[in-house]
Design a protein around this ligand. Structure first.
Ligand code: AMP
Length: 521
């Protein structure tokens, strides 16, 4: 199914229902949104002379225009190329050039900064707060069936992976991929209907933007906070305003929300944010202690998914009820897992030769699913490496236990090899997080003359709390094998993170100096 055809179905089914709102302001209905979408689509195709398959970059922070632009691109049979608005203009320049984009929507200061680049690459730059955008929306509209004739194999979303080494690669996702993603979301995370609202707190340039699809597909409302991101006070107010709202947030953002809630007058979880239906998280490890804290704070309304750009948000999932049940029963094994394979997804654990391993044995997580990308843009070598025979090699190391739960260890490149033995940072991180004074932690391997690599822990202490190396060492001795204990501790005020809240281990590695060991705050 082409996403444009699917959206037109929603326009017919839910025409007068609210579809898109900015904060608590009155929402556009599906019918009103459709008029804007089709007018913008006509402007793209007729005034800008873009052809089916052409790429259009979206370089802006979260705003309602983002949702309008996405739907218009799909109606015009064009491909969206989302970029993080916090990237350096030269990094955005790389995407403009590599994708061969014809046009770029941006806004504000970023629009100014991109000016010279657009000239070099002959990409037309359009400010979504400027007159060209307004004129486009006020013009005549393409017919409702303009997009429906595109096959669902057409490119819908060309997503440049953050790529910690080398240049980012463009992940090609088709309409069929994204429809499959939305169906899996309904099947395994949350069913959506007309009463539901989605709060766009996470960057719409990442998976967060794609979550609009399972909502508009079933008549839900998309809400973009006025701040365009996470402002805790604004978010908690929206969770009082909307009676049945959900949101995606990276684990570190969930933890920030828990901290904010702790500073509020003590009330029951339900009263704290009465409108919250589900907080779904993923994209990075969600540690057992953090899951428990989130459930204590928000109640049985916390779900988790595991996915990656190459199969967006869709590999495994744990519904909120299962997580709440596991917290109640003290089932830490389930809480430490990323859940069961999603409905349309086959997850296998393969050894280095590509053979399946027995249960409870570590190997690489390999995925077959209709959500798996078509490949990397203009990069057949990388595609052949990532998906030999069509199955996606995720680069994640994990095991499936007897209950069928997937336990992720780490990205294969993050595994520490010390004295010839593999050490998985996540196990060490889980152990350290049990200390009440530890707020955040990230463990990496650092060069070591004797062992090859040494386990090094970067620790953020909770405000006002004290903890030293000796206490952490004892905690590790009590809970994990001695050889996994960190050899070095670095106490830091905060961890480096990317705009989606993922800890940047690459930065920790790059900036690590043995001298930093004396940074004991
Ligand atoms: P990205 O493509 O930037 O979304 O990064 C995807 C990677 O994030 C995955 O390959 C995993 O290594 C990690 N990841 C995603 N979801 C989870 C999760 N729920 N728990 C642990 N790691 C995750």
């Amino acid at each position: 199914m082409h996403l444009s055809r699917l959206f037109q179905r929603s326009v017919r089914m839910f025409g007068d229902r609210p579809a898109l709102a900015r904060g608590a302001a009155p929402a556009l209905t599906y019918a009103a949104l459709d008029l804007r979408v089709r007018a913008l689509a006509r402007w793209l195709r007729e005034d800008q002379q873009l052809q089916p398959g052409d790429r259009v970059v979206l370089a802006m922070k979260n705003c309602t225009e983002y949702a309008v632009a996405l739907l218009a691109l799909w109606h015009a049979r064009l491909c969206a190329v989302p970029v993080n608005n916090k990237l350096h203009p030269s990094e955005i320049g790389y995407v403009l050039e590599n994708s061969g984009a014809r046009l770029c929507f941006s806004q504000g200061a970023l629009h100014e900064a991109l000016g010279p680049l657009a000239t070099q690459t002959s990409v037309r730059l359009v400010d979504v707060q400027g007159p060209a955008w307004q004129a486009a929306l006020a013009g005549s509209a393409l017919p409702a069936d303009a997009g429906v004739h595109g096959g669902d194999g057409e490119l819908a979303w060309l997503f440049y992976t953050s790529g910690t080494t080398g240049r980012p690669k463009g992940v090609m996702l088709s309409h069929a991929n994204l429809v499959a993603m939305a169906l899996n979301f309904h099947a395994d995370v949350l069913t959506i209907d007309e009463r539901d609202a989605l709060l766009h707190v996470a960057p719409m340039s990442h998976g967060g933007g794609l979550y609009g699809i399972p909502y508009w597909m079933h008549g839900g409302l998309q809400v973009v906070p006025e701040s365009g991101g996470l402002d805790e006070a604004e978010l908690f107010a929206l969770l009082h305003h909307y009676p049945r709202a959900s949101m995606f947030a990276a684990p570190t953002i969930v933890t920030r929300m828990v901290q904010h809630a702790r500073g509020l007058p003590p009330v029951a979880a339900q009263e704290r944010c009465p409108g919250l239906r589900c907080l779904f998280t993923g994209g990075a490890p969600f540690y057992v202690e953090d899951v428990k804290a989130a459930v204590a704070c928000f109640g049985p309304r916390v779900a988790q998914m595991y996915g990656q750009g190459e199969t967006p948000m869709t590999i495994t999932a744990l519904r909120a009820e299962r997580i709440a049940q596991a917290v109640a029963e003290g089932d830490d094994t389930l809480l430490a897992s990323v859940g069961w394979e999603q409905t349309a997804v086959e997850v296998d654990i393969l050894d280095a030769d590509g053979a399946p391993v027995p249960p409870d044995t570590l190997g690489e997580v390999v995925v077959r699913s209709p959500t798996v990308m078509l490949g990397y843009w203009n990069n057949p070598e990388a595609t052949a490496q990532a998906m030999p025979g069509g199955a996606l090699r995720t680069g994640d190391v994990g095991l499936v236990d007897a209950r069928g739960l997937l336990h992720l260890k780490d990205r294969s490149k993050d595994v520490i090899i010390s004295g010839g033995t593999n050490i998985y940072p996540r196990e060490v991180e889980e152990a350290l997080l049990r200390h009440p004074a530890v707020e955040e932690v990230s463990v990496i391997g650092t060069p070591d003359a004797e062992w090859g690599e040494a386990v090094t822990a970067f620790v953020v202490r909770r405000a006002g709390a004290a903890v030293d190396e000796a206490a952490l060492d004892q905690l590790c001795i009590d809970s994990i094998a001695r050889f996994k204990r960190p050899k070095h501790y670095v106490f830091v005020p905060q961890l480096p993170k990317n705009p989606t809240g993922k800890v940047l281990k690459s930065e920790l590695r790059k900036n690590y100096r043995p001298a930093a060991l004396s940074v004991h705050a």
